[in-house]
Design a protein around this ligand. Structure first.
Ligand SMILES: Cc1cc2nc3c(=O)[nH]c(=O)nc-3n(C[C@H](O)[C@H](O)[C@H](O)COP(=O)(O)OP(=O)(O)OC[C@H]3O[C@@H](n4cnc5c(N)ncnc54)[C@H](O)[C@@H]3O)c2cc1C
Length: 438
């Protein structure tokens, strides 16, 4: 049987994947996966970093091979597909016809089912909110043998609980989404170097309302007056140009490195290099959607560079009134710890409400950063960061998490009990077990 892990490869809990190839085979795969331990969990393409895509039982039902497009109306941009269809597959058919995903995360290898279950967000959260806002309907299979359709006005409780519902309400059999029209597959992008965190906040205030996409890279090792320096990137779909699917040459990290490439010295060097790479204060250019949205996807299996122990991502969002102080305190603690990676992403989330019950994004500032796994991470640095986030009234993203204390989760997501009430008793993730039962 195939064995799968989450993207961070931490916690190291290989899952036995019960693969489902046809929609009418889902019951058999589900029964098979939950036979011994009573519970299982759907697994898409394992692009969640921590343990929210891992079954408490160690047996998952993998819906990745359910990868058929069912119907599309290219006049209206409405597309119906099975849950294992990846975002890349959708882009491949949609872009040449002038349609784009209205919201995309930083990887095109996430599946439709996974994008709904984590209610993913992208660089345009301030304009279009989360993925769930563009989901029209879907079908859900439950362990009692029932199957039903959910939409905002049909089984509305299940519709809301499944969007951002961490795969706990049932198995999604298909989903229908609304795509966004585009006139070109190229992105007009402007990168602006900023000297510290205050400059980030003023750029964000000034430029976010003017652009579809906005995100910043931050040097997580800079301190003092340069704390939070980085590169601010805004983008918009070009008004005309080709409607072309990008085929970039892909490389693969061939094996898991025995030790991670990041240490205090390489980390400082990487960050410095990236910051200095942009010589001029402001640079405007045109790039393909693939280069703009998915820079990491060109290096397949890049998670192997973190070594055998794997890595964790810390992603939090803090509300506007505490954002400056909390972000400063977080970056300061990270720089002092001398750990992290050179991929620190800072962005302002907007106030567009998600239909999802447990959706992560909320208005405020979000910071995401990878850390090579070490035992001291959970006991020292993350404990410090958790305190800052908690006191600032913020929260951590379950899709990236492998450490959040149960009390923090329950405090920051008070609707968790509503999800628990609708949870299918035969579905249980390691994340849910860890955060709701401790
Ligand atoms: C490089 C990279 C960049 C990323 N950038 C972002 C970002 O910008 N924004 C963001 O929000 N996220 C981001 N992510 C996280 C990623 O988009 C999410 O974790 C996404 O949910 C992964 O989808 P997946 O198909 O791999 O699902 P998995 O990780 O396999 O599973 C995720 C959840 O979906 C559920 N699920 C999967 N299929 C089904 C189904 N058929 N029925 C019911 N439930 C199902 C699972 O039970 C699980 O709870 C990034 C990840 C990577 C690796």
């Amino acid at each position: 049987m195939k064995s799968v892990l989450s993207w961070g490869r931490y916690p190291h809990l290989p899952q036995e994947a019960h693969v489902v190839t046809w929609r009418d085979g889902i019951r058999a795969a589900w029964a098979d996966a939950s036979r011994e331990h009573g519970t299982t969990l759907a697994f898409g393409n394992g692009r969640s970093y921590g343990d929210s895509c891992l079954a408490a039982s160690g047996h998952v039902v993998q819906t990745l091979p359910l990868d058929r497009l069912i119907a599309a109306d290219w006049q209206t941009g409405v597309l119906r597909a099975e849950p294992g269809v990846t975002l890349e597959q959708i882009l491949d058919v949609a872009i040449p016809r002038g349609w784009m995903l209205p919201v995309t995360p930083g990887t095109k290898y996430a599946t439709l089912g996974g994008a709904i279950a984590n209610d993913v967000h992208g660089k345009n959260h301030h304009v279009r909110g989360t993925f769930g806002r563009h989901v029209r309907r879907f079908a859900l299979a439950r362990s009692d043998g029932t199957q039903f359709e959910c939409a905002p006005d049909e089984q509305p409780e299940y519709f809301a609980a499944t969007i951002g519902g961490l795969g706990l309400t049932g198995l999604i059999l298909w989903a229908e989404i609304q795509l966004m029209p585009i006139r070109s597959s190229m992105i007009d992008m402007t990168s602006i170097r900023f000297a510290n965190l205050d400059e980030f906040f003023s750029l964000s205030e000034q430029l976010d309302p003017l652009h579809e996409y906005s995100v910043a890279w931050v040097d997580c090792q800079s301190r003092g007056s340069a704390l939070g320096r980085g590169i601010f990137m805004v983008g918009d779909h070009a008004n005309d140009g080709p409607l072309e699917v990008t085929r970039r040459k892909k490389r693969t990290v061939p094996f898991t490195l025995p030790i991670p490439v990041f240490n205090r010295v390489t980390l400082r060097a990487f960050n410095e290099l990236y910051y200095q790479k942009q010589q001029r204060g402001e640079v405007s250019t045109q790039v393909s959607y693939d280069t703009y949205f998915y820079p990491l996807d060109s290096l397949l299996e890049w998670n192997r560079i973190y070594g055998r122990a794997g890595f964790q991502q810390y992603q939090c969002v803090v509300p506007p009134n505490t954002a400056r102080d909390a972000t400063r305190a977080i970056l300061d603690a990270i720089a002092a710890s001398g750990t992290g990676s050179f991929l620190a992403v800072l962005k302002r989330c907007g106030d567009v409400r998600s239909p999802g019950l447990l959706s992560f994004p909320r208005e405020g500032t979000s910071l995401a950063l990878d850390f090579p796994q070490r035992d001291a991470l959970n006991t020292r640095l993350f404990t410090q960061l958790d305190t800052i986030v908690r006191e600032a009234g913020g929260r951590i993203y379950p899709a990236k998490d492998a450490h959040m204390p149960g009390a923090d989760f329950r405090g920051a997501y008070p609707q968790w009990q509503q999800l628990e009430a609708l949870r299918d008793p035969a579905l249980l993730s390691r994340f849910w077990e860890r955060t709701t039962r401790t």
